[in-house]
Design a protein around this ligand. Structure first.
Ligand code: FE
Ligand code: FE
Ligand code: ZN
Length: 302
């Protein structure tokens, strides 16, 4: 087969953005994995300290992306945002404010998709949490550029909302501009939430399509899971080493209905056999396995 006949599958991983290189370093990291797309956080996911766009080396990053024919990239909002918190008004207010800033940053960095964890109701109940998320999104979307907010499917750990497709649909129903919403479908989270993607992936996607519409999927997070289906745990495993398994993850990556949807690995780093005491990213080999279906039966991992 001629290289130009191979369809381009947008496949990459989470990459870091830090130090002097900032986004230029993110692009270089993605290329080092053989990726053609990537996901980044605009700063540490646990805090709100952010560098100005002028220090992110955006022009050099985009020049390198263009030279390497890379696909569009996506941005993930930090975990501290919780639009579902109705018990602490200050957390909610800061979440709305910071999310507006993140959408402006995402736009300025040249991405049109910001991934967001819908939120945790922290004891107030799912109904109150969903109303609060919708209210927050309405405020945020009317005050920010035309970037899409991709609500992530969640495992249901703690009081997380977005565990079921029904909860995500309830958010869509309450948002004034649902055309600004999309979904990030995380295979580990959907499995941990209880959907049987191992035995019936087509059935799970059909259920998703009935409630939300499969065209709403704007990103896939491709992760294996350390836990049994329905565990509501959210612990990612490396590809083929968890309870989901290689075959199912390969099936999602190669699904023909999502040609332009980025597939992003968020699998854990593992101890480097060549450098004791150091960790290494699994992304380069996992991307190769997922592209070629050749995953070695034994591999150099503890
Ligand atoms: Fe996430
Ligand atoms: Fe995820
Ligand atoms: Zn997760």
């Amino acid at each position: 087969m001629n290289p130009s006949d191979i369809p381009i599958l947008p496949l990459g991983s989470h990459v870091s953005m830090s130090g002097r290189e900032m986004m230029l370093g993110s692009v270089r990291e993605a290329l080092s994995y053989g990726a053609n797309t990537f996901m980044l956080y605009t700063g540490a996911p646990q805090n709100t300290r952010r560098k100005p766009l002028s220090e992110m080396r955006l022009e050099e990053a985009h020049a390198l992306m263009a030279a390497q024919h890379m696909q569009p990239f996506v941005v993930h909002a930090p975990y501290i945002i919780n639009l579902a918190n109705t018990l602490n008004a200050e957390t909610y207010r800061l979440s709305v404010e910071f999310l507006i800033q993140e959408l402006i940053r995402t736009d300025g960095m040249g991405s049109r998709i910001l991934i967001l964890h819908p939120g945790s109701h922290v004891g107030a109940g799912a109904a109150a949490g969903i109303e609060s998320i919708a209210k927050g999104l309405n405020d945020v979307l009317s005050a920010s550029p035309n970037v899409l907010v991709a609500l992530e499917t969640m495992s249901g750990k703690g009081s997380e909302l977005g565990r079921s497709f029904e909860e995500l649909a309830a958010i869509y129903d309450r948002v004034q501009r649902p055309e600004r919403l999309r979904i990030c479908f995380d295979t580990c989270h959907v499995h941990d939430a209880g959907y049987d993607i191992v035995h019936d992936p087509e059935g799970v996607l059909a259920e998703f399509h009935r409630l939300l519409g499969k065209e709403q999927i704007a990103v896939f997070h491709i992760n294996d899971s350390k836990n049994e289906r329905g565990a509501a745990k959210d612990r990612h495993a490396d590809i083929g080493e968890g309870k989901i398994g290689f075959e199912t993850l390969y099936w999602f990556v190669h699904h023909p209905d999502f040609p332009d949807v980025p597939r992003i690995l968020e699998t854990p780093w593992y101890p480097d056999p060549e450098h004791p005491g150091k960790m290494r990213p699994p992304y380069r080999e996992e991307i190769q396995w997922l592209l070629t279906a050749n995953r070695p039966k034994t591999f150099p991992r503890a």
